[in-house]
Design a protein around this ligand. Structure first.
Ligand code: NA7
Length: 548
């Protein structure tokens, strides 16, 4: 482990900064592995995280029912067989406490804790061109002087917590799902209002419905849902998936979305109606994200085919919903299946059959404000609650970065720049911000369309190789060129604009945030293709990245 120094003056007039080769922002899936890799390379490195523990998403999202939508055996680090096999999952889609424990297992097994600083929010990061180094400041006023900054701050880590007028006046408890209290919250018998029915809201609703006294769900946009098939794992199942370690390691990085499945069913166009039906039914029974990310790729491009697959899902939902009113409120008709994130669920639809659970449609009558007693709609109608749950999502992809004051060359501000347009070079760097590397950032698959561990491992490994390359050549600064960025943005947009995803409003397009530039956040060329493009850049000596 390289020594971390503190020196009197960093040459920038700051006394006693913590001097590092690399500062990693975040100690979640990406941050832990990035820290490990850079440390192995002999860099002095420290990871900083606002949370009180490691895990990132899996630390913060401790709301009732939080769980994986990726199978546990692939939401894994695959660089170490020992690490992979040293942990045994209890089921296919485990819940947050088990996932957080696994992240702690990773931190302990790799002995990362000495180089992780928790309860620390990075407030700003400013680049000094003369010195080729970054100065970071924390919420506690600590100053860090680092040659490299790697943001592992997460693509869904900036929660939309303050959305409604009057929120502070509410007399009961109000919780955003991503800021759920660490201590248990007693909802038994309480009157609960839940705003939001995305992947998060669905997990909360199906979990708390049986125990609360009353639950009203405020729905603006209904969701296509896919029933989860979640078997428990005993020793035989664990042994079975562990025996496939090499297979997953080879397979996952090269599929469309970093899962074990891919578009291997032929095309819709070339299949008979019977074959299509067989494929959809078989995949449906698997109860995973396969229907979305590995059934027929035309789903993303062809409106007619998308409509037929959407109708297949609608029919599955109709079979479970008992009355027409519920079908009208819960089954989407005005956008296509898979054009935004498809949630998995377990009993979500059935929760609405409980007599104390109801839906308030806020599509045409939006929420106006939160009052001391509850939620008031635009037409003046009010609903009284003891607890309000905000399952209202995130400023995705860019929010974690724009909430920091990041300034690159010539004092340019990333926050201001991304108010105009959100661009990156392969999601790994932004022109004008030398030695700043990104993970889980816009214009890469890890901004959304990926089994996150697959993509974050690839990105952090690319970053490590790039830093290693620089050091081997005795170079100090790397920056994506303007031309490379423009080319990447064009390539990204050409692919995105050919899809139906751009026609649907959601966080995938940034349209959940007022004033956010509308653009597809995630690269949709596929995880395998993206990886190949990144590898080419690396093997060709980093064309498009200026080094000195
Ligand atoms: P999402 O998917 O962004 O869902 C947020 C939900 O909150 C969604 O149903 C929104 O309705 C709803 N929302 C947000 N603002 C309002 C207002 N003002 N009024 C009514 N309803 C509102 O976030 P999640 O946390 O569920 O999921 C994020 C990702 O985490 C998920 O995709 C997985 O990858 C993990 P809308 O659809 O905008 O009409």
């Amino acid at each position: 482990m390289a020594e971390v120094r503190s020196q009197k003056d960093n040459g920038n007039g700051v006394a006693n900064p913590l001097v590092l080769d690399a500062a990693v922002i975040g100690a979640g899936v990406a941050g832990l592995y990035q820290l490990h890799q850079l440390r192995e390379e002999g860099l002095s490195v420290r990871a900083f995280d606002a949370a009180g523990g490691v895990g990132g998403t899996w630390y913060w999202n401790c709301y009732p029912g939080a769980k994986f939508d990726s199978a546990s055996y692939i939401y894994q680090y695959l660089f170490s067989e020992e690490l992979y096999k040293g942990w045994s999952w209890s089921q296919k889609f485990p819940e947050q406490p088990e996932i957080e424990s696994w992240m702690n297992y990773v931190a302990d097994t790799l002995d990362l804790r000495p180089d992780i600083q928790l309860n620390t929010t990075i407030k700003s990061a400013h680049y000094d061109e003369d010195r080729g180094r970054w100065t970071l400041t924390t919420d506690a006023g600590q100053v860090i002087d680092a040659q490299f900054v790697v943001s592992c701050s997460g693509m869904l880590s900036a929660p939309m917590t303050n959305l409604f007028e009057g929120q502070d006046s509410f007399k009961g408890d109000i919780f955003h799902t991503a800021r759920w209290p660490r201590e248990a919250v007693n909802l038994k018998g309480k009157r609960v209002g839940c705003i939001g029915n995305g992947a998060t809201g669905i997990q909360v609703i199906q979990t708390i419905a049986p125990e609360v006294g009353e639950l009203k769900v405020f729905i603006r946009t209904p969701q296509y849902v896919n029933a989860m098939n979640n078997p428990q794992y005993g020793p035989a199942e664990v042994e079975e998936y562990k025996s496939k370690f090499e297979y997953y390691k080879e397979r996952l990085p090269h599929t469309f979305a970093g899962f074990e499945f891919d578009f291997d069913n032929g095309t819709w166009a070339d299949s008979t109606p019977e074959q299509r039906h067989e494929v959809l039914e078989r995949i449906w029974e698997n109860g995973s994200l396969e229907l979305w990310t590995a059934s027929f790729s035309e789903l993303f491009f062809d409106e007619e085919i998308n409509e037929q697959i959407s109708e297949f899902v609608r029919n599955k939902m109709r079979e479970r919903l008992k009355d027409k009113d519920l079908c009208d409120l819960l089954i989407p008709t005005d956008y296509g299946f898979g054009t935004h994130r498809v949630p998995l669920e377990s009993g979500y639809l059935e929760a609405y059959h409980l007599p104390h659970v109801g839906i308030v449609s806020v599509k045409d009558n939006p929420i106006a404000r939160i009052t001391p007693e509850g939620i008031q709609l635009t037409d003046g109608s009010t609903y009284e609650f003891d607890v309000i749950i905000l399952a209202t999502g995130f400023d995705a992809g860019s929010g974690a970065l724009t909430r920091m004051d990041i300034r690159g060359r010539d004092d340019r501000s990333l926050t201001e720049q991304w108010q105009q347009d959100i661009t990156t070079t392969m999601g790994l760097q932004v022109h004008g911000y030398p030695n700043l590397f990104l993970t889980g950032a816009p214009l890469s698959p890890s901004a959304a369309l990926c089994n996150m561990t697959t993509c974050l491992q690839q990105q952090t490994e690319w970053i490590t190789s790039c830093i290693k390359h620089l050091r081997n050549k005795d170079l100090h600064v790397v920056e994506a060129t303007r031309e490379a960025e423009e080319q990447w943005v064009k390539h990204h947009d050409d692919l995105a604009n050919a899809t139906l995803v751009t026609k649907t409003d959601s966080w995938y397009m940034g349209s959940n945030i007022e004033g956010k530039p509308r653009r597809m956040l995630s690269y949709i060329g596929g995880v395998g293709t993206y990886r190949q493009k990144c590898s080419e850049v690396e093997s060709q000596g980093y064309p498009g990245f200026e080094m000195h």
